[in-house]
Design a protein around this ligand. Structure first.
Ligand SMILES: NC(=O)c1ccc[n+]([C@@H]2O[C@H](COP(=O)([O-])OP(=O)(O)OC[C@H]3O[C@@H](n4cnc5c(N)ncnc54)[C@H](O)[C@@H]3O)[C@@H](O)[C@H]2O)c1
Length: 371
């Protein structure tokens, strides 16, 4: 990797510098575009393993490197002195993570740790926004929509790595006062999504249907997900950066209150135990899971099935054929719908694109760019 020597950067024109890892990818490139529109200076770190050169915004400074490359990443931090980090770079395939958990952990855990260590270099990084995954970290819950305090129950190494990074972020915040927000994305869709992988059913269907090919629906098509449009996701990243300072204060306040409540509960429990003479007849209630406020669900709160996606696309594309049905995919979770009230409360974010509007935009982009 070649790094040009630069003068010390103290944000030209006082603009904040944001380092976007994975900024040549699907979601990362939309974040980069929005940040540049909002007058941020943007630095991209991406190894182009799944990202594309044509996604790279010309106004961003681009470093083609792997986030696990410690020496090279330190050099980038020294030269660019980023104020904020949006961390999108990752191995994104759940099934690949099952086949090769070691590779997944190398990129998704060790790469993230490498990045966090760089945030502790001499200059002060003001905060990290992390792309977590609301679709995988909670496993298969019994209640919907899923709130942030639902316990982590990842079923595959990909989800395990996202949970691990959330815990590391919490550690860095507590130990080194590095603020962070983990945005727990639902199923993101929109322009620039790769139709060739396994990740995006919408991209795969659109690509096939525009070519006149019949897509295959796995299983009965009643697999429900919370689909969120990529521009809405970029907007949430921007709001997270803008509110980082405020947010970490809110978090500290909530943590203080929680400590106080805990102390009060302990005192109450002690008094109760001292006065109690009889043996207990009723079992103790289950303790409430702890709210991890720096993790915010990012979805729409609306569940959509694969059958619905197909019929909406059929209408938009005017596709004449019915879908094929194939065997279900092993390990696919049945349902995921996220409760997104907290992100609205904390960041004032809510989706601007309803599902059909987002689908129409996506179809338009695929028509212009793939055909
Ligand atoms: N797409 C979704 O529905 C979804 C849902 C939940 C979470 N996420 C998370 O959002 C982030 C972005 O996902 P995406 O859908 O845009 O995927 P993507 O594959 O388009 O983007 C990932 C980017 O990271 C780059 N990258 C991968 N490994 C790297 C490495 N070791 N060093 C440097 N760059 C590397 C790739 O080249 C690519 O540009 C990921 O962290 C993913 O886990 C995505």
């Amino acid at each position: 990797m070649k790094l040009k020597k630069r003068k010390e950067r103290v944000s030209e024109n006082n603009r904040s510098i944001v380092l976007v890892t994975g900024g040549a990818g699907f979601i990362g490139s939309h974040i980069v575009d929005l940040l540049i529109q909002n007058n941020y200076e943007v630095v991209i770190v991406d190894d182009l393993s799944s990202g594309r050169e044509e996604n790279i915004n010309q106004k961003a400074r681009f470093y083609n490197l792997n986030i696990t490359d410690q020496k090279a990443l330190i050099e980038v931090f020294k030269q660019e002195k980023p104020d904020y980090i949006c961390h999108e770079a990752a191995q994104i395939s759940v099934s690949f993570s099952v086949r090769d958990p070691l590779f997944d952990a190398q990129t998704n855990i060790l790469g993230s740790l490498n990045l966090l260590q760089c945030c502790l270099l001499n200059h002060k990084v003001k905060g990290v926004v992390f792309a977590s995954s609301g679709g995988t970290i909670y496993g298969e819950p019994e209640h919907f929509p899923i709130t942030e305090n639902y316990p982590f129950r990842p079923q595959a190494p990909y989800g395990i790595s996202k949970v691990a990074v959330e815990h590391y972020l919490d550690f860095y915040q507590k130990t080194y006062h590095l603020p962070y927000v983990a945005l727990r994305y639902g199923n993101v869709y929109g322009p620039r999504q790769d139709p060739y992988g396994e990740a995006g059913v919408i991209a795969i269907f659109i690509e096939k249907m525009l070519k006149g090919e019949i897509p295959t629906i796995n299983g009965d098509g009643e697999y429900i997900r919370d689909y969120v449009y990529v521009e809405d996701v970029a907007q949430a990243n921007l709001l997270a950066l803008k509110n980082m300072v405020k947010l970490s204060k809110v978090v500290r306040e909530i943590e203080k209150n929680k400590e106080k409540e805990k102390e009060e509960d302990e005192t109450k429990a002690k008094t109760k135990a001292e006065t109690e003479t009889e043996t207990k007849t009723t079992p103790e209630p289950e303790p409430e899971p702890e709210i991890k406020l720096n993790g915010l669900n990012l979805g729409t709160g609306r569940g959509i099935s694969v059958n619905e996606i197909f019929s909406l696309l059929k209408e938009i594309i005017k596709f004449p054929h019915p879908a094929h049905y194939g065997p279900p995919r092993a390990g696919d979770l049945r349902k995921n719908v996220l409760d997104c009230r907290l992100i609205k409360e904390v960041l004032g974010w809510q989706p601007q694109f309803d599902f059909s509007a987002g689908l129409e935009e996506t179809v338009r982009w695929f028509k212009e760019n793939i055909h």
